[in-house]
Ligand binder design. Structure first.
Ligand code: YH5
Length: 281
């Protein structure tokens, strides 16, 4: 089975695999590795299409992780996933080209760069060299300062301009246009109403560029705010609602923590969209 994505037919589900100590606290690498592989096996059985491996927290205010630390966390896990699950698509959540390169050598298929290939000047060349998919995400600022009073004249216009500049840059560095995935970056330098408006007008980016769209809203603070300041553990239902909305709008990929419930929501919406497939006479 080939590992490419056929966009325009359904919403793919990307399961998040955090390989950071706060999510896999145990110190010992073997334990972490076992836990990571177990989690991947579970996400695949629950219907994940893509596993997104990340070794640095990019939550608001988070401090960067040194290159060597990120490499040690991410590369062995990508290798192990590729050996155990030869058909699963693997994405690597990094903005460092050295991490992307070694992950691609270890069998990753997608580079998920929250900086839109801005933070590391070598990133676009690496994605081009391997012919992998590249996610161009919008961020205003850096993870450390992005939530400090972000301002837009028109959030949709600004993200559209950014996408145009980053697509031109990526293609100029040898990336095939058909390998680019766009992500407006929910929570990355946005206030609540910016996030809500982006989702409300999500089709505008596909209308403009004709490229696949990825949305990562899973358990993010915008859900907490809408539901009355609820903590991340109480944001599953809000996440599922956004996933159903995304499936209805034809978003190409959703990035989520809770694969089982989000896959069910997407499947149900797709059944309604494709009711004719269920006809028996
Ligand atoms: C994304 O949107 N996000 S890491 C704070 C939370 C919950 C989750 C509880 N990587 C994205 O998931 N990659 C991240 O509060 C991403 N799109 C893409 N492409 C942040 C995250 C999170 C942050």
């Amino acid at each position: 089975m080939d590992r490419d994505l056929k966009f325009g037919h359904r919403t793919y589900v990307m399961g998040i695999l955090n390989v950071t100590p706060d999510s896999f606290y145990d110190g010992g690498r073997y334990v972490s590795m076992d836990m990571a592989i177990q989690r991947v096996e579970q996400m695949i059985s629950e219907g994940a299409d893509i596993i997104d491996v990340g070794g640095e927290s990019t939550r608001p205010g988070a401090e960067p992780v040194p290159l060597e630390v990120e490499l040690q966390r991410v590369v062995p896990v990508v290798k192990a996933i590729r050996v155990r699950f030869p058909d699963i698509l693997i994405s690597v959540d990094t903005y460092k080209s050295a991490v992307a390169r070694q992950a691609l050598e270890a069998g990753a298929d997608i580079v998920n760069d929250i900086s839109g290939m801005q933070f590391d000047p070598e990133m676009a060349k690496v994605v081009a060299e391997f012919g992998s998919y590249g996610v161009i995400m919008h961020i205003k600022g850096t993870p450390k300062d992005m939530q400090v009073n972000p301002k837009y004249e028109d959030v949709i216009a600004e993200i559209t301009d950014y996408f145009r500049r980053r697509i031109d840059y990526a293609v100029g560095n040898g990336i095939d246009r058909s390998k680019i995935i766009l992500d407006p970056g929910i929570g990355f330098g946005k206030k609540l109403w910016h996030n809500l408006r982006i989702l409300n007008e999500i089709e505008r980016f596909r209308d403009e560029f004709g490229l696949p769209i990825l949305i990562g809203a899973s358990r993010k603070s915008m859900i907490g705010m809408v539901l009355g300041n609820v903590p991340p553990e109480q944001r599953l239902e809000g996440t599922i609602a956004i996933s159903a909305y995304c499936a209805m709008k034809g978003v190409d990929i959703i990035r989520v923590h809770d694969v089982k419930s989000n896959v069910m929501a997407v499947k149900m919406v797709e059944a309604i969209k494709n009711w004719q497939k269920f006809t028996s006479e």
